[in-house]
Design a protein around this ligand. Sequence first.
Ligand SMILES: [Zn+2]
Length: 159
Amino acid sequence: MTKPLWAPWRLEYIEQADEQEGCIFCLAAEVDDEAGLVVHRGDAAFVLLNKFPYASGHLMVAPYRHVGDFGELDDGETLEIHRLAGQGIGAVAQVYEPQGYNLGWNLGRVAGAGVTDHVHLHVVPRWLGDTNFMPVLADVKVMPEHLAETRRKLAGAWP
Ligand SMILES: [Zn+2]
């Protein structure tokens, strides 16, 4: 990613992350799919929506295991996280038809991680010109209804 996407709600999220009780990934895994915005559950890892997305269909893939050290992921988790990311791209492609994707691991607060103690892979759909387009959306609150609808669509389109 040569140009960082500018998304002010991300800053609010990162500022709040330290004060949050519990781990959002562990909590999402425990509750039902709608409440946790979980799109798909695998054996060792699962897929959920980012509540503070850079773009529609912004997914995160995380192991169920609460692990903050990227190097501590076991082979099964590593394989399934990548396989789920591939399936997630398939679902996002069907629903949103983006022109490209960024896949990335933000390890550590300085690298942009809002949650540092439960590793997760971001799948961010990209459209031509979205770095210019996103600031236009910056003042728009991301409505829970919108995320619920996004979750429903992507779960339905899961390959
Ligand atoms: Zn956790």
